[in-house]
Design a protein around this ligand. Sequence first.
Ligand code: UD1
Length: 341
Amino acid sequence: MDKILVTGGLGFIGSHTVVELQNEGYEVVIVDDLSNSSIDVLDGITAITDKKPLFEKLDLKDKTGVERFFAKHQDIKGVIHFAASKAVGESVNEPLLYYENNLSTLIYILKELKKLPEASFIFSSSCTVYGQADELPITENAPVKQAESPYGNTKQIGEEIIGDTCKVTPTLKAITLRYFNPIGSHESAKIGELPIGVPQNLVPFITQTAIGLREQLSVFGDDYPTHDGTCIRDYIHVVDLAKAHVVALGRLLKNKNGSNYETFNLGTGKGSTVLEVVQSFERVSGKKLNYKIVGRREGDIISAYADTNKANNVLGWKTQLSLDEAMRSAWLWEQKVKSSK
Ligand code: UD1
């Protein structure tokens, strides 16, 4: 079976994707620098799939290290590139760190893929490239808006770098996946999201509040023009998202792609408000969540949810899991993290 490199394969989305790849029989090599992940995740993946993926600790900013890695693994058929920094606020304070981390690594990998007789590449992008879209649901043709943060800009520039490279490299096939809001964890609760410090994202903040690590969830604004006044997002179960990577990779490996660079939105197509996510949590956990409404968070958009037509009909992938199932798995994971401390 084909050998696939997964960069950032011990991270949240990366680890769930490695599980799905191994379930489909792929041979996986994980590269991770452990800067925002734990080596224990490898045990979780192994326990779920009964197979230990190959692992190399490598900082992809080390250009010689990347060259050495590819020289050693000349049989790599595809790369799924998750490794990147992703904290929006931090990126505003440390723009050079973000541009270096997220772009130099991408360039070094693409340079190596150019040398191969044939290569498939999947890139992790974000719906953040659309900003506040003028029309909802958001299709892949919606214009890319001026980035709100250096983090968002690295995704936009990253997409352009891949597009420009594909234009002049017929041996390279690439797909960019624009994620909406990934949440939840594997149903086994053997892997999940491990935010470092205070979580900035909604769902880990909810579960950490419920378990007693945080006092209260602040709901950022209830005066938005939505049905309950709180912002709307498209929350997608990370296992559904992981499966989309396997489908996208298969599309490239089997030469089913329409062109050598394609883009797909990955979402459920359904928008949920912050309060609906809280209600879902309360429903599946049987716990009342301590929250209060506070002012708006700077930079938040009002509403974003995916048009799923292209992903459903062209990629041939659909989400299968509900918001409740995602919240149930997130809660199970939080309890597991607590019990293993
Ligand atoms: C955020 C990032 C986005 C990134 C994505 C990755 C910002 C402005 N945007 O998106 O660039 O791609 O994470 O997952 O940081 N909320 C609360 N209380 C909280 C936390 C969040 O009410 O403590 C609300 C937010 O206002 C928002 C929703 O929950 O309406 C989701 O927030 P979050 O999980 O941070 O995701 P995004 O803002 O969509």
